[in-house]
Design a protein around this ligand. Sequence first.
Ligand SMILES: Nc1ncnc2c1ncn2[C@@H]1O[C@H](COP(=O)(O)OP(=O)(O)O)[C@@H](O)[C@H]1O
Ligand SMILES: [Mg+2]
Length: 257
Amino acid sequence: MKNQETKIVMIGVFKGGVGKTTTSINLAHALALRKKEVLIVDLDPQGNATRSLGYEVTELTPTVYTVMKGISRAEESIGQVRENLFLLPSNRTTALLETELASEVGREKALSRAMKEIKNFEYVILDCGPGSTIVNVNALVYATDVLMPIEIGVDSVEGVEDFIKAKEAICQKLEIETRLMGAVMTKVDRRLTLTETILAHCRTSFEGKFFAQIRTDTNLGHARGHRQTIFEYDRKSRAAEDYATMANDVIKWFKRK
Ligand SMILES: Nc1ncnc2c1ncn2[C@@H]1O[C@H](COP(=O)(O)OP(=O)(O)O)[C@@H](O)[C@H]1O
Ligand SMILES: [Mg+2]
């Protein structure tokens, strides 16, 4: 049973480098700054969200791996990273789950099972790694909603369709009803001729769904290098403005439901 109070948003597509982690941490911090209690679950073996938030993981630190394996309890494995912002970290051990869960019965539900007791957050943001991995299927099962970051580029549209098809196939097979929330267009650069065409196309295909845009801003990369969110690094930047707007729109979106 999904807890209807908590909005569990999977930031996912199976492609890498499209802005999943950047969106996860900055959207999450924007919501936290709006006084929402937010948990980020880092599900990527690369642990980019964990590192970008300056969270130290040693061999003894509980992670999403130990939680999904039942070695540590979720509530003891979550750390506070900012005011109102919490993290269940990841490191390369998360990759071991692919083989270790492979032969287990109910392997797609390991994350949902482990997170069942976690109820005091308004938003849970799932930062996913690339690929149609068992861990990402677990994210889809646990999530209430999926938000797709789309980087404007030649193959962006195909990647989107493939992901939506895969999502629907998985939901049907596992009999779950994770909603397709919508899309966030990342690295939007209006000076490029393709931009308007792709934006228009995506806006149409996501009609009636959530739709946000984040402009290209190198401050996002610099902020991560400093282990800061965009609101700490430069709150007057374009990206800070765009992620703040997106957070307001996310809050409004869930109020409508
Ligand atoms: N709006 C943006 N403007 C400029 N660079 C961006 C933007 N969003 C993401 N990036 C950069 O793109 C790269 C990939 O982003 P990332 O969030 O790590 O993608 P993913 O998690 O999907 O692999 C990073 O170097 C990041 O700083
Ligand atoms: Mg990432």
